[in-house]
Design a protein around this ligand. Structure first.
Ligand code: PLP
Length: 434
């Protein structure tokens, strides 16, 4: 079988092709984290993937714990997903008209996450969070947003605000290109502390389990406290479940913590590796979207038939049993990595929340907020990352990413990760001592 790019990759190294990419794509990547800037070195270019593995253009195989940053949960190129996409593609790839397939996926989302009385499909997690921003402001008639330091909501201007040092900060852009006016109404507060709100707040956006600063569980009472505080002032509670949705358990974080969000954003798992995003929520809130209401939303490819076919095929496999398996594997993975590091004398912890595994390179207890999470030793992580890669295991090239265990990571594969981690932890200690 020939894949696009085959003619190009033959006989070329990662370094050669990456250099060529850099001549046409800024930094050689289409999403910044992929550039290895945080860990140094040259990224491998993926030629193909199957189950728990990716192969680079040089033919080197890695056990993959990136899994498209959580978009893949059944393993790469799962035959049922591939078949669903192929059959859908043969019927046309986009129409600009409603389809039964998008209806079915929206029904399945609502069935799993009952707070999503209505669901609107779109193309990415970023589109979902930016729609949720507009929707919450349009519904409440208020402008103020509250977000948590260290949570990530995609490349949405109003949510790209810089956080301060453990105190509330208002209105500092988190990146060049975001005008101060875009975040003038965005308040950044510490994770795991319920902020006191006032009646200017349209919405509180939260990752119900933080999975972009390592993996940080919500403290007992944190999410319920947010729910109560939002209710007190008439603000909307927005759960960003782009990672936790359909990964943590059948009903996502709201099922695990028994707190109902007004609006929920989804992405990643729900597209089976194809571009997708979704916003779900209370009927009265969701019906504020056009064409019923006054808050504009549109998308040429929204509800795409390939993405919705893939999503339905993924959900078909995600039974309670599947989540129990994933949770067991997550715990086992964390145990193997933790044992390997402690045997080598490397201070690290691998916190587990359900099916999610995080990493923290340091002595302290597991972080509970970003101030603590950022004390992770990025130099140690960079050494460990490269040592793991040499042992044939691909982690994300950044110290704050989660490790994504999927149904493709069978016990044999986990054993192999354990063996690799033992060697990599020793190599890391040696590298750091040199
Ligand atoms: C990945 C992510 C997003 C952005 O989704 P994209 O599909 O990359 O735009 C938003 N929120 C969270 C919590 C994420 O992890």
């Amino acid at each position: 079988m020939s894949a696009p790019g085959d003619g190009v990759t033959n006989g070329h190294t990662n370094a050669q092709l990456f250099a060529r990419s850099c001549e046409v794509i800024p930094g050689g990547v289409n999403s910044s984290i992929r550039a290895f800037k945080a860990v140094g070195g040259t990224p491998y270019l993926v030629a193909r993937a199957e189950g728990p593995y990716v192969w680079d253009v040089e033919g080197t195989r890695y056990i993959d714990l990136v899994q498209s940053y959580g978009a893949i949960i059944l393993g790469h190129a799962h035959p049922d997903i591939t078949a669903a996409i192929s059959s859908a593609a043969a019927l046309g790839t986009s129409y600009g008209a409603p389809t039964p397939g998008e209806m079915l996926l929206a029904e399945q989302i609502r069935e799993r996450v009952p707070s999503c009385e209505r669901v609107r499909l779109m193309n990415s997690g970023t589109e979902a969070t930016s729609t949720a921003v507009r929707l919450s402001r349009g519904f409440t008639g208020r402008d103020r947003l509250v977000i948590f330091h260290g949570n990530f909501h995609g490349a949405t201007d109003a949510l790209l605000a810089a956080g301060g040092s453990g105190v509330a900060t208002l209105g500092l852009p988190g990146t060049a290109g975001v005008p101060a006016s875009a975040v003038a109404n965005t308040l950044v507060v510490p994770y795991n502390e319920v902020p006191r709100l006032d009646d200017q707040v349209a919405a509180v956006f939260v990752e119900p389990v933080a999975a972009n600063m390592g993996v940080v569980a919500p403290a007992p009472g944190f999410l319920a406290g947010l729910r109560a505080e939002c209710d007190r002032v008439g603000a909307l509670l927005v759960f960003d479940e782009v990672i936790t949705g359909f990964r943590l358990q059948r009903g996502g974080a709201q099922a695990k913590y028994l707190v109902r969000a007004d609006i929920t954003t989804f992405g990643k798992v729900i597209g089976g590796g194809l571009p997708i995003g979704a916003v779900g929520g209370r009927r009265d809130v969701m019906e504020t979207l056009t064409p019923l209401g006054k808050v504009f939303h549109a998308g040429t490819l929204a509800g795409n038939p390939l993405a919705t076919a893939a999503g339905r095929a993924v959900l078909h496999h995600l039974s309670d049993d599947a989540y129990a398996t994933l949770a067991r594997r997550a715990t086992r993975l964390a145990g193997l990595l933790g044992d390997a590091c402690s045997a080598a004398g490397l201070s690290a912890s691998f916190p587990v929340v359900g099916t999610l595994v995080g990493m923290y390179f340091g002595d302290g207890p597991n972080p509970t907020n970003f101030e603590q999470a950022k004390t992770t030793d990025e130099r140690v992580y960079a050494a460990f990352f490269h040592a793991m890669l040499r042992e044939g295991v691909a982690l994300a090239p950044g110290a704050y990413e989660a490790l994504f265990v999927g149904l493709g990571h069978t016990d044999d594969v986990l054993d192999a990760i354990g063996v690799a981690a033992s060697a990599a932890a020793l190599a890391t200690v040696a590298t750091l001592a040199a």
